[in-house]
Design a protein around this ligand. Structure first.
Ligand code: GLP
Length: 241
């Protein structure tokens, strides 16, 4: 595991952005694994700026997102579909039909999980997966206790995850109780993983990630089984390290 220490959120985003652009320029038909939340926003801003200023093209790039809430329509401003369109896709020349996000409004959710896992396979797997981390160590929406063998599946969101994400909703009651997420095994199959960690809010999770033993009670610890993980963290997140 490689650790890149940065001063702040802007520098963390810049470092991650440069790595991603470099990969796309080397392999223009890359399959990117993408994440939502506050953490990757700065990276997405960097990709948009680079696309506008340097013309990096996404015409052949494919993307698969980690997760989606169950029960929100794709137009719902809190859905990850909406987030990805507004925050990234609509600003790039990426093909709509090359971007993939689990469908949390599917009538058969079990079938949707199988479809999504199969889709990742058909795309030839993920070349580079971007990840954030939850305060409880979750990656994607894989909450503590998720088997490391899990593939795309339905999860019941932990109460502290719903509370953490309620900042995007009008009230805690509006935060969905379930989600579809790529599993830990799906994530570990990626060729390369970039884990971004920013802010004091994540300092404890980063400390546990670095120092604790591998355990299903701390989902991010599964990344230690992977041979190509880069963690990019800022000074506040590195407080205890
Ligand atoms: C969310 C997402 C994760 C994300 C994490 C951290 O619940 N499902 O993919 O990495 O929580 O979010 P944030 O970056 O907003 O702190």
């Amino acid at each position: 595991m490689k650790l890149i220490r940065t001063e702040n959120y802007a520098e963390m985003s810049l470092e991650a952005g440069k790595i991603i652009v470099d990969k796309i320029r080397t392999n223009p038909s890359l399959t990117l694994g993408l994440a939502t939340g506050s953490t990757p926003k700065g990276v997405y801003d960097y990709l948009i700026q680079d696309h506008e200023e340097n013309g990096t093209t996404y015409k052949q790039v494919k993307s698969v997102n980690l997760d989606e809430y169950i029960g929100l329509s794709v137009e719902d401003p809190n859905s990850y579909h909406y987030f990805m369109n507004q925050t990234l896709f609509k600003h790039l020349d990426i093909n709509d039909n090359q971007t993939h996000i689990p469908n949390g409004a599917a009538s058969d959710l079990e079938q949707e999980c199988l479809r999504y896992e199969q889709l990742i396979k058909e795309l030839g797997g993920i070349d580079l997966q971007l990840l954030g981390i939850g305060q409880n160590g979750h990656i994607g929406f894989n909450e503590p206790g998720t088997p490391f063998t899990s593939t795309t599946h339905i999860v019941t969101l932990a109460q502290n995850t719903r509370e953490a994400n309620s900042r995007f909703f009008n009230s805690l009651d509006e935060v969905p109780t379930h989600a579809i997420t790529m599993g830990i095994a799906s994530i570990l199959k990626s060729n390369e993983i970039l884990l971004l960690v920013s802010g004091e809010r994540k300092a404890e999770a980063l400390y546990k990630f670095v120092n604790r033993e591998i355990s299903e009670e701390f989902p991010a610890s599964a990344l230690k089984y992977h041979s190509n993980v880069t963690v990019i963290a800022d000074r506040d997140a590195l407080k205890y390290i």
